[in-house]
Each structure stands twice: as C-alpha cells, then as structure tokens.
Design a binder for this molecule. Sequence first.
Ligand SMILES: Cc1cc2nc3c(=O)[nH]c(=O)nc-3n(C[C@H](O)[C@H](O)[C@H](O)COP(=O)(O)OP(=O)(O)OC[C@H]3O[C@@H](n4cnc5c(N)ncnc54)[C@H](O)[C@@H]3O)c2cc1C
Ligand code: FES
Length: 264
Amino acid sequence: MSYKIVSKRQLNKLTFVMQVEAREIVTNAKAGHFVMIRVHQQGERIPLTIADAHGECIDVIFKVVGDSTFKLSQLGVGDDLYEIIGPLGNPFSMPMIQSLCVIAGGVGCAIGYPIAKQYTQKGVDVTFIAGFKEESEIFYEQEFHQVSNQCIITVEQQSEDYMQGTVVDALNNLLLTKKVDALFVIGSLPMMKAITKIGEQHQILTVVSLNPIMVDGIGMCGGCRVNIGGKAHFACVDGPEFEGRLVDFDTLIARNQAYDHRWR
Ligand SMILES: Cc1cc2nc3c(=O)[nH]c(=O)nc-3n(C[C@H](O)[C@H](O)[C@H](O)COP(=O)(O)OP(=O)(O)OC[C@H]3O[C@@H](n4cnc5c(N)ncnc54)[C@H](O)[C@@H]3O)c2cc1C
Ligand code: FES
C-alpha cells in the first residue's frame, strides 16, 4: 500500500494541506470521515479529517501542535507515510434541509470545508462562518467562498477587510435576517457549547463535531469516550458528529482542559 505525498502547501505559519495517495480509502470517503495516520513505524496514530478527495488521493489539512503533526509537516512531495487507516467515523448526514450554516474556528475550518462542499453540491443554501484569531491565520478563503452561498470570515483583532469579532457574533447577526434550518459546528468546546445554546434559543437543529483524544480510532481503547444524552459514547465509532443539545460539554471541557488550546 502506498501513501505517497503528491502535493504539499503551507496555508499559514502552522497549517499545511497535503494531498496523499490513498487509493483504497478514497473510494469510500465521504464528508465527515476521518483517517488515522502514522507518519513513521514507531509513531503514534493521529486522527485527521478527510478534507477532500480527488482521483486516488485524499487531502488532509493539519495544524502543527505536537510531535506527530510536526513530523508530518517535515515530510515533502515524494515521501511516503507509514500507514493510513480509514475512512473512519460516520459520514455526516442531516435530514432534509434547505439551509445550513457551517460554523468553524481555526483549523476546525478543515473539518467544516467538506461538509459545506457536500451540502452546496446537494443544492442546500450554505453559509460558511469561519473564525480566526488574526488575519495572518486565515486560510482557504477562496475555497470557502466556492463551497458556500455566503462566506463570513471573522477575526478577533482590528480588521479593515474582515468582520471583527467571533463566530458567535457573526451567527447572532446572521440570525437577525436569515432563517437557517441547521447548524454544523466545529471548534473549541466552549465555542461549540455557546453555539449550541444559540441553536436551542432559535430552535435550530445543531450538530457539533467532537474531537476528543483518540488512540486507536476504532472503538477499542475507550480514549474518546463522551457523554451524550446521559450515556457513554465513543466519538470515533458513534460520531464524531452529535446533536449539540445532547452533549455534556462541561464534563468534556473538564476532561480536555489540558488540551483545549488546540482549536483556537
Ligand atoms: C476525529 C478527529 C479529526 C481531527 N481532524 C483534524 C484535522 O483535520 N486537522 C487537524 O489539524 N487536527 C485534527 N484533529 C486533531 C489532531 O488529531 C491532533 O491535533 C493531533 O492528533 C495532534 O498530534 P500531535 O502528536 O502533533 O500532538 P500531541 O503531542 O499529541 O498534542 C499536542 C497538544 O495538542 C493538543 N491536542 C492533541 N490532540 C488533540 C485533540 N484531539 N483535541 C484537542 N486537543 C488536542 C493537546 O493540547 C496536546 O498537548 C482531529 C482530531 C479528531 C479526534
Ligand atoms: S479512539 Fe479508541 S475508542 Fe475511540
């Protein structure tokens, strides 16, 4: 099995997109799926979302946060990854909807992108709200416009070109003038909790993508346990998407406190 890197592009200081040969994965890949990647034989498995698929290749967009993502970022075109397992998780699906708002923060936009693309292709009216801390972190601006009817980019710092604020501000503004049937949310846990609350206030179906630490990605290790509707679920095999109102965010935030800087 060959997992050769066929292209690599740096999107901002710490974020890269790589296209990797993965013939047997691409055939079954759908929006919402992820893969477990092992960069080297001795390396740990890391979960990354399938951001796109073309021909015999998948795209992964990743931010360098630790050892494995750093080692991945050091590889280049022509190098081989040791192992890719997937597609894993459940493909994202919504009941019949006419409008969808995808709300994503930071590298979470990599996970929002295939969802927006799929629903735009289905003829659903998609609004993409992408939030970044600073202008220098913005990536895929053109691509987000291509996969949505409306794209709003927010930055927390002063900006002349983008909305200053957070994705929460952008969603509150949007809902003043637009009816939305469903929200798809991916970002930090406090952000997803806040958006879920807005969804509940407006009675909008809100689906969040949970990214707890995963070790095997196939339901055996228990590492990704989350509390959904009072019952334990494994995000890797039962998710990673869940209805936001059922998620016990407070327990998850407490468990993930050591890791919660990841999606900023
Ligand atoms: C289903 C799923 C899909 C994902 N998709 C993507 C993606 O498309 N692009 C992307 O950049 N990242 C994605 N991630 C997160 C990615 O898997 C981690 O960033 C990666 O495993 C970090 O590995 P590392 O060895 O580089 O860092 P580590 O050394 O393992 O960790 C460095 C620091 O990153 C933080 N961290 C690591 N993993 C997570 C996590 N799962 N949640 C919160 N914080 C974490 C912790 O603060 C940790 O201290 C996804 C995670 C899941 C569960
Ligand atoms: S990652 Fe092991 S059970 Fe989900």
